[in-house]
Ligand binder design. Structure first.
Ligand code: UD1
Ligand code: MG
Length: 459
């Protein structure tokens, strides 16, 4: 169910598209369904339907037959599920989930499905210290058979004392769901078609209703406001951090790590505070990441050190950092940066779509764009590849063992021959021969004993 408005988010973005851990809330629910090898997933949209459908079709796992049905207008949760019925086969089990409840674990849903066993109505429930607002599980006597779910607004004072609530998640044989939904009405406090009314129908039909009661409230917590979104984000991040530490990753502070995607770590990886990982990132054995780094879509090989305040974003092309490389502090690696073993990239150096072979160094204030850099090249402070002529991008090739002095401009396309030296301050427009010293700048002129101008006396 993803048709609700989400008024309290106070946002133009449909609620289920707000991101948690870098993924839309609804994506979490869909990904969980994919883990259960569901036969199909039907998403019921309403508010912002077109936007929700477009966003999900673009990024949902292909393995899951994803279908959308629209609920317009939104007349309640029972009415919502009615819209999906034409898509559902009678021989299956329908698992009802909410698009704004992102942290449910697949194992919990598997237990619920096992309880349903293809035959019975199974409800996921939870005891809450403050159950205000939730549907209450009414039992024959305390701990006895489930008789009904009564919505808070419809509940008597006595029923409001019940602490066991319905989580919004149930598993139900589809053929039974179909018959029960046809019997719903909206004669209740909210004038809505309540999905929860099917519990009474099951009881009336003499079918047992089973409850799977869990204790982890986060798994059924919904997002209704920015505060709740932030709370669940922290819970999600703490789970990620715990899982990483479980397999040996050392985090300076598990509360100051954000993984918005997939982070895979080898052995003896150390991550300092305030690092953000996005997309797919892998850190090889012994990698150390300093404080305040943002790393996205990159593969960092064993023994590399990423010093503080480094920004790496491979986007679609990816970034590769070789074994034992030293990056940063304050370095910037952009899409297509492929750095070999023991490469050094220092402060305020930007690398884009460039390959640097083993042992190449660019340690200060430099730009390498669309370049192929050979082994052991030393690229001086302040040097840049002028790769863009205003219309097209061109390549710069710097062969092995070239020494580029400080403040050089290499105007692409250009090739610097192996072992050559480029004098500081040169603007290089033509290829240079291997082994040569190339200097391209105004010659130094010195005028001996030159007298500086002096100020004229006033008046
Ligand atoms: C519902 C349950 C309640 C339970 C609570 C758990 C009903 C009648 N009540 O309450 O017992 O304790 O969830 O959070 O089911 N939605 C639609 N179309 C609609 C109405 C809702 O798609 O017409 C979607 C919402 O977007 C949301 C989900 O259904 O994802 C639940 O709706 P919400 O209004 O949050 O639940 P409640 O009615 O508060
Ligand atoms: Mg409601």
């Amino acid at each position: 169910m993803a048709a609700g408005k989400g008024t309290r988010m106070k946002s133009t973005l449909p609620k289920v598209l707000h991101r948690l851990g870098g993924r839309a809330l609804l994506r979490h629910v869909i990904d969980c369904a994919a883990l259960l090898s569901a036969r199909q997933a039907v998403v019921i949209t309403g508010h912002g339907a077109a936007e929700v459908e477009a966003a999900l079709s673009a990024e949902a796992p292909a393995s899951l037959g994803l279908q959308f049905v629209r609920q317009e207008p939104q007349l309640g949760t029972g009415h919502a599920v009615q819209q999906a019925l034409p898509q559902l086969a009678d021989d299956g089990v329908t698992l009802i989930l909410s698009g704004d409840v992102p942290l449910t674990q697949a194992s919990t849903l598997q237990a619920l499905l096992a309880l349903c066993a293809g035959q019975q109505l199974a409800l996921l429930t939870l005891a809450m210290p403050d159950p205000t607002g939730y549907g209450r599980i009414v039992r024959e006597n305390s701990g006895g058979k489930v008789l009904a779910i009564v919505e808070h607004k419809d509940a008597s004072d006595a029923q409001r004392q019940i602490s066991e609530i319905y989580s919004g998640i149930m598993a139900v044989p589809t053929r039974l769901l179909r018959t029960w939904l046809s019997r719903l009405d909206n004669k209740n406090a909210q004038g809505e078609y309540y999905l929860t009314d099917i519990v009474q129908f099951a009881v009336a039909d003499g079918l047992p209703v089973l409850a799977h009661q869990i204790t982890d409230a986060a798994q059924v917590a919904g997002v209704n406001s920015p505060v709740q979104l932030a709370e669940l984000e922290r819970i999600y991040q703490r789970r990620n951090a715990d899982a990483l530490m479980e397999q040996g990753t050392r985090l300076a502070d598990p509360a100051r790590l954000d993984v918005r995607g997939q982070l895979v770590c080898g052995r003896d990886v150390e991550i300092d505070v305030n690092c953000v990982f996005e997309g797919r990132v892998s850190l090889g054995d012994g990698v150390r990441v300093g404080a305040n780094c943002v790393i996205a879509n990159a593969s960092i090989a064993a023994g590399a050190v990423i010093h503080p305040f480094t920004h790496i974003d491979g986007e679609k092309l990816g970034v590769e950092v070789g074994e034992g490389a030293l990056i940063g502090p304050f370095a910037r690696l952009r899409p297509g940066a492929k750095l070999g073993a023991e490469v050094h990239i220092g402060n305020f150096v930007e690398v884009k779509n460039s390959t640097l072979a083993k042992g190449a160094k660019a340690n200060h204030l430099a730009y390498l764009g669309d370049a192929t850099v050979g082994e052991r090249v030393n690229y001086g402070a302040g040097s840049i590849t002028a790769n863009y002529d205003g219309a097209n991008k061109h390549r710069t090739v710097i062969e092995a063992d070239v020494h580029v002095g400080s403040n050089c401009v290499l105007i692409a396309p250009v090739t610097l021959g192996a072992g050559g030296t480029i004098g500081g301050g040169s603007t290089i427009t033509k290829d240079t021969a291997p082994g040569a010293l190339s200097v391209a700048r105004g010659k130094q002129v010195s005028i001996a004993n030159w007298a500086r101008p002096v100020k004229k006396a006033k008046g």
